[in-house]
Design a protein around this ligand. Structure first.
Ligand code: SF4
Length: 334
């Protein structure tokens, strides 16, 4: 993240140390004072992909909603106390299949600076969680990629330190970033799962714009595993591209040739799916990505590949994965 031409700052956000740090980091950015981030972020008629060419940063104070119950779209890995939070809105990368393009009116990035309020709400939720025999499972890199933004603000490190000191909390940090060195100085803790999303080389090159290559992600993962971190591998979303079966099975072989399989904490596998309204909106914004124009099947408010295709993809790739990882450690989203 080299620069922002503009930083919008809620008046209320100014007093926070994170705001000060960011304003010092980008001294040449034009500063624009605002009352509420929604004035900028929620404006009508913004074009997500045009804004992606020159993303602006918005510093805001979140008022309530410090954590949310997980939904069916997200994966709770069987944890009953499953929550996520939104420390940032939007992501430095620009994957073709990203639902954020359909969910948010703007591609600008909102960073919530009142981290202590999130921590306080999390402590309370841990204490009040319904299923006391299980930890509170919290996804902290939701609707963003926190580690990819670590050079600007070290939120991943802050959350790892927080989780390490908080009994009965387990956090997942999901990322495509290769920036493991930003958290390497921290001690591995069983209260954190580092979850890397992986795609075949050519999928990453074509459809995961701005994200690190497969090779760089694999290097980061191997280093994290060697340092003792619990690492989750996410093969999700699997895309039905030409020769998908060959491309994905070949890719999985490569992944497990490179990574020490005994150090994989668990795996998730899922095919592309999205909220139907989001996809409708995204298709209006961009016609440049073939994967968005597949003749999907609509089920309720979700679109995905037709049932037969989904079953075929999952069964073939599950068969491949179970050559390396026991099935009980693979979470599947069909
Ligand atoms: S890394 Fe995730 S959040 Fe970021 S653009 Fe890609 S799909 Fe969206």
């Amino acid at each position: 993240m080299s620069k922002f031409s503009h930083i919008y700052i809620e008046d209320e956000a100014l007093g926070y140390p994170i705001s000060t740090r960011i304003l010092e980091r980008f001294p040449n950015a034009k500063r624009v004072w605002i009352g509420d981030y929604k004035e900028v972020f929620g404006r009508l008629n913004q074009h997500f992909q045009i804004q992606k060419r020159s993303v602006k940063l918005i510093l805001a104070v979140k008022k309530g909603g410090y954590l949310y119950r997980g939904s069916d779209f997200s994966q709770g890995f069987g944890y009953k106390n499953f929550y996520y939070n939104t420390l940032m809105l939007n992501c430095v990368y620009n994957c073709d299949y990203c639902y954020l393009q359909g969910m948010y009116p703007s591609a600008n990035m909102v960073l919530f600076v009142n981290l202590e309020d999130f921590f306080e709400a999390t402590r309370k939720a841990v204490a009040e969680r319904k299923y006391k025999s299980e930890p509170l499972y919290l996804s902290v890199s939701y609707n963003t990629d926190l580690l990819a933004f670590e050079s600007v603000v070290p939120y991943t490190a802050y959350w790892i330190e927080f989780a390490d000191a908080c009994d009965d909390l387990l956090i997942e940090v999901r990322t495509k970033s290769a920036n493991y060195k930003a958290i390497k100085h921290l001690k591995a803790t069983p209260r954190v799962i580092l979850a890397w999303t992986l795609s075949p080389r050519k999928v990453a090159e074509v459809y995961e714009k701005g994200a690190p290559s497969l090779d760089r992600r694999l290097e980061a993962i191997r280093e994290a595993m060697e340092d003792g971190w619990q690492v989750r591998l996410c093969f999700d979303p699997v895309l039905r591209i030409r020769n998908w079966n060959y491309v994905y099975t070949d890719f999985m072989e490569e992944v497990f040739r490179y990574l020490p399989v005994e150090k994989v904490y668990d795996v998730s596998l899922g095919v592309f799916r999205m909220n139907a309204d989001y996809l409708r909106r995204i298709r209006k914004l961009r016609q440049d990505s073939d994967i968005l124009f597949y003749p999907f099947e609509v089920r309720g408010d979700t679109v995905s590949y037709p049932l037969l295709h989904r079953k075929e993809m999952i069964s073939s790739l599950l068969e491949k994965l179970t050559q390396y990882i026991p099935e009980e450690r693979i979470a599947v989203w069909e």
